[in-house]
Design a protein around this ligand. Structure first.
Ligand code: GLY
Length: 436
């Protein structure tokens, strides 16, 4: 099978590796930066911006792939799947309309409300015409969260108690959001522990991958600014230490209902990844948001465990034959720690050279925001390298990932605490207090 992969982060590196493991796969990649990991796995690459749909279509027409695979969210929002479809090529990933699952939080909240799907918190959607009503709505909530209705690279959501304290500040932020976005969503603040449930779907069948917990904050003990995700872990029993089996089942059930509702609402089948960000609360499982693609770093936790031929799984998504595939994941624990530039995310160093030393056979490295130049590898201001450990216990996986981070020399740092017993115990305690 010939596959056209779009995207150039560590998530796409692991997607590329998993596709290449499939029998007889030939990989072609459209990148906006030179990711050495993806380039080494590809027969041919085209470098261009994700917004250049003509360039993408020309490359696709030259390659004539069996299908495309879209890694990141921003190209989905530009309509790359629609562009590939115009060139006669199907893709794993939703078209622009269906990608509203991620690109429009108001679309998704309203969809759950309309089809009576459980998981929504209390919420209201405001625009410039009814923003005066926001004050009364916020008064009725103990604490609130303000979300712009659009892509913000994971940095637009503001939470009372974390990013602001007073109701007045919430209202100010609502008005600020409306300068750049058509809608702002105000929701009740939920207390609990979060997990990512990345599901594969052909629009009719939905299959969950093992749940993963990501760490958004930049520094040890979940301190500091929000990032795209500093690292993540998953466990060998395909649950997480703070959650019950029912939480994972409920997340899958909600996702199945949402896939069905999307079809009823739009008349189209969603084919790709539905990644639910869920939170376990005192009042059951709640949906924080959906993403229309694999998580970064969470893809690095689940894809290496897939026992199936991934290209065949993708083909069955395209052909809506997913019900015929028995998908299996190895019962192993995984830890991913992202090595990032000093100063990330607020003021990252860039154009600094990094060196990669010897890493143990058990560890895996996935390239993210790096640039391969003639004289070596350089940082490009965002998450640079995902270091992944896979083992039969979380402890061992953590040690492998931690060792791997030490092989990367330069102006970088990482979160040493991800996957450690101390942090996991804190999360279990937090959940216990919530449920009391
Ligand atoms: N890890 C968060 C995300 O991929 O959106």
């Amino acid at each position: 099978m010939k596959i056209l992969l779009l995207g150039n982060g560590a998530r796409e590196h692991v997607i590329a590796e998993t596709l290449k493991k499939s029998k007889g796969t030939r990989l072609y990649s459209y990148l906006k930066a030179k990711n050495p990991g993806i380039i080494s796995l590809s027969e041919d690459v085209e470098i261009g911006p994700y917004t250049d749909l003509d360039k993408l279509k020309a490359f696709a027409r030259k390659v004539k792939p069996d299908f495309g695979f879209i890694g990141p969210d921003d190209p989905l929002s530009y309509g790359v799947v629609d562009a590939l479809n115009e060139a006669g090529i199907e893709a794993v990933g939703p078209n622009k309309g269906l990608a509203r699952l991620e690109t429009s939080k108001s679309f998704t909240r309203k969809l759950l409300r309309k089809y009576n799907i459980e998981g929504n918190p209390k919420f209201e959607i405001f625009d410039k015409n009814n923003i005066d009503d926001a004050s009364g709505f916020i008064d009725g909530l103990e604490q609130c969260v303000v979300k712009p209705d659009g892509l913000t690279g994971g940095k637009g959501v503001k939470v009372q108690g974390d990013h602001f304290t007073a109701k007045k500040e919430a209202l100010e932020y609502c008005n600020e959001v409306l300068q750049a976005h058509p809608f702002v969503i105000v929701e009740e603040k939920l207390e609990g522990e979060e997990f990512s449930l990345q599901c594969l779907t052909d629009g009719k069948t939905v299959i969950a991958t093992p749940p993963v917990q990501d760490h958004k904050r930049a520094f040890i003990d979940d301190k500091g600014s929000n990032t795209g995700g500093m690292g993540s872990y998953s466990c060998e029993d395909h649950l997480l230490p703070f959650m019950a089996k029912k939480d994972a089942e409920d997340g899958l059930e909600i996702t199945k209902k949402v896939a069905d509702a999307i079809h009823k609402e739009t008349g189209e089948y969603y084919r790709g990844i539905m990644y639910g960000g869920f939170i376990v609360t005192k009042h059951g499982l709640k949906l924080l948001e959906y993403n229309a693609r694999f998580g970064d770093p969470e893809a690095m936790n689940v894809l290496p465990l897939l026992e199936n031929d991934f290209a065949e799984v993708c083909d069955s998504i395209i052909k809506q034959q997913l019900h015929k595939v028995k998908i299996k994941f190895q019962k192993m624990a995984t830890v991913c720690k992202y090595v990032v530039p000093e100063g990330y995310p607020d003021n990252p160093v860039k154009n600094e050279k990094i060196e990669i030393g010897k890493i143990s056979q058990d560890a895996r490295l996935y390239y993210g925001s790096v640039d391969k130049r003639n004289d070596g590898l350089y940082l490009t201001a965002s998450r640079a390298i995902g270091c992944v450990g896979i083992a039969d216990s979380l402890d061992k996986a953590e040690r492998i990932a931690e060792e791997a981070t030490k092989s990367i020399k330069g102006k970088v740092f990482h979160r040493e605490d991800i996957g450690t017993k101390r942090l996991i115990e804190r999360k279990i305690m937090h959940m216990k207090q919530i449920l009391e």
